[in-house]
Design a protein around this ligand. Structure first.
Ligand code: GTR
Length: 431
C-alpha cells in the first residue's frame, strides 16, 4: 500500500512539474528552433560601453571589467546593501572515519549578524585523509546536506524546503526520509579518491527559494518598515552568491584546505549563483557552471528556451527588480552572459550542458564560453577557439572548458569525472 501511495505522489508531482513546464511553454511563446533565433549582435567583450578598444589586461581590469561588473550588479543580480556586522564560525561535528574510513567530515555552523539580527547555515565538509593543503569544490545543494551522502551523522536543516515527492519532502520540512537522496549528483567518493575535498550548504538556509523577501538574509539589512530590496539591490541569486562568499570566509581559515584552490560549483539555478559568486569574489580560484541556462551561462539575446521574461515571471525573486526592464527586451541589453563569464577571467571556468536540456539552451551556453574566450586570450589563457558546438562527450578542457553531455538536466558521474580531470590539470594537483 505504502509503495502505491508513494508512486501516486511521484506521479502527481511529475504531472504538476510537466503541467508547469507545459503551462510555461503554453503561457509563454518558447522557441526551440535554431532557425527562429533572432538576428543579434554579441556585445564586443573588448570594447567599452563608450567604444574604447581594450588591448591589454591592465585595461580590462581598470576600464572594461568595472563597468561590466557594475552593470550586472545594478541591473541583473542586484547589489549587496552593505557589510555584515559580524560572522562567526562554530564546529558542530567532526568525524575521522567518514565515507567508510577514507575521509574526514566536518560540519561548521556559520552565523551572519546584522542590525542585531542573524541567520545561520551549516557547511558540510568532506576531506581526503592523509593529505594537507587540499583543493576543494564548494557547492550548494537543493534539498539539504543530508541528501548529499547517506551518513547518519549529517545534520538535517530545519529551514523551509520546496516539497519533493521523489525525496519524500512534505510540508516543506526536511527529514531523514530523504537521507542520501541526491548522492548521485555529488560523486563524493570519486572527489575524495582524486584528492579533492567537497563542501556543501543547503541554499534554503541563506534564503528560502520563494518570492518572500522577508524570510532570509535580505531582512537582516532592511531599514525600518522596509519589506523588500530596492530596485538595484540583491535578489535571491545574489543572496546565494553572497552565502558562497561567507562560506569561503570559513574555508580560508581552515588549515587543511588550500586557500588558493577553492572552486565554486553550481547546478542550474545554483550554477547562476556560482557564476555571480565567482564574478563578485575573486578569491574563488575557479568556477563550474553545470546546466545553468538562462541568467547563468546561456546568451539571453538568443531567446532560445527559457527567456528573461519567463524567468522573471516564474521566479520574480531571483534577480533584482531592474532586470524586469529587459523582459521581452533583450536587444536593449548592453551586455550578455558571455560577459558574466568574462568576470571570472583569467581564472579557470568550466561550462557544461546536457543535450536534452534545451530549456537551458546548450548552444547558448557554449557560445557564451566561446565569446568569453577573447578575454581569456587577452590574459594568454587558452579558451575555446571554434564556434562549432562540440559533439556529445567530446570535452574541451582548456582554461575555459566546455562539454555537452548526453541526457537530461542533472549532475552526473560523467560531469564530475570531467571536472576532476580538468581541475587536476588547471590547479596542477598530483593525482
Ligand atoms: C527551472 C528554471 C531554470 C533552472 C532550473 C533549476 O525551473 O526555469 O532556470 O534554474 O529550474 O534550477 O533546476
Amino acid at each position: 500500500m505504502g509503495l502505491k501511495i508513494m508512486y501516486m505522489k511521484v506521479f502527481v508531482q511529475c504531472s504538476i512539474a510537466f503541467f508547469l513546464c507545459a503551462m510555461s511553454s503554453a503561457q509563454f511563446d518558447i522557441n526551440y528552433e535554431e532557425t527562429e533565433v533572432p538576428e543579434f549582435k554579441v556585445p564586443e567583450p573588448l570594447t567599452t560601453f563608450s567604444g574604447e578598444r581594450i588591448s591589454i589586461p591592465q585595461e580590462w581590469d581598470t576600464k572594461r571589467r568595472p563597468e561590466v561588473y557594475e552593470f550586472f550588479e545594478r541591473k541583473v543580480y542586484g547589489k549587496v546593501p552593505g557589510p555584515l556586522d559580524k560572522v562567526t564560525f562554530k564546529t558542530l561535528e567532526e568525524g575521522n572515519n567518514a565515507l567508510g574510513g577514507k575521509a574526514l567530515r566536518k560540519q561548521v555552523e556559520i552565523t551572519l549578524l546584522k542590525n542585531g539580527k542573524s541567520i545561520r547555515f551549516t557547511l558540510l565538509i568532506y576531506l581526503p585523509k592523509g593529505v594537507s593543503y587540499i583543493p576543494i569544490f564548494l557547492g550548494y545543494n537543493f534539498h539539504g546536506n543530508h541528501t548529499v551522502t547517506a551518513e547518519d551523522e549529517v545534520l538535517i536543516s530545519n529551514a523551509w524546503s520546496m516539497n519533493n515527492a521523489s525525496l519524500n519532502i512534505d510540508n516543506h520540512k526536511l527529514t531523514a526520509a530523504s537521507r542520501g537522496g541526491r548522492a548521485h549528483r555529488w560523486a563524493v567518493d570519486n572527489i575524495i579518491e582524486k584528492g579533492f575535498g567537497l563542501a556543501t550548504i543547503y541554499y534554503g538556509e541563506i534564503d528560502p527559494d520563494k518570492s518572500d523577501m522577508n524570510d532570509g538574509i535580505h531582512a537582516l539589512f532592511y531599514e525600518k518598515g522596509q519589506e523588500r530590496p530596492k530596485r538595484d539591490e540583491w535578489g535571491s541569486l545574489s543572496a546565494w552568491a553572497f552565502g558562497y562568499s561567507k562560506a569561503l570566509d570559513y574555508l580560508l581559515t581552515d588549515d587543511a584546505i588550500d586557500p588558493t584552490k577553492v572552486i565554486v560549483f553550481g547546478h542550474s539555478r545554483l550554477g547562476k549563483a556560482a557564476l555571480w559568486a565567482a564574478a563578485s569574489d575573486q578569491r574563488f580560484a575557479g568556477a563550474i557552471s553545470n546546466n545553468s541556462g538562462c541568467g547563468g551561462a546561456a546568451l539571453s539575446k538568443r531567446r532560445f528556451g527559457e527567456t528573461i521574461n519567463v524567468i522573471n515571471t516564474q521566479f520574480p525573486h531571483w534577480f533584482c527588480h531592474n532586470f524586469k526592464g529587459y523582459n521581452n527586451n533583450e536587444e536593449a541589453l548592453p551586455v550578455d552572459q558571455h560577459l558574466l563569464l568574462a568576470l571570472v577571467a583569467p581564472r579557470p571556468l568550466y561550462v557544461a550542458s546536457a543535450k536534452e536540456d534545451q530549456w537551458a539552451d546548450p548552444q547558448g551556453e557554449f557560445l557564451s564560453a566561446y565569446h568569453t574566450s577573447k578575454v581569456y586570450e587577452l590574459f594568454h589563457k587558452k579558451g575555446i577557439s571554434e564556434a562549432q558546438l562540440p559533439e556529445i562527450q567530446q570535452p574541451i578542457q582548456n582554461t575555459v572548458a566546455y562539454h555537452l553531455r548526453a541526457g537530461k538536466h542533472d549532475v552526473t558521474e560523467y560531469d564530475w569525472e570531467q571536472y576532476l580531470i580538468w581541475a587536476h590539470k588547471m590547479f596542477n594537483i598530483n593525482p
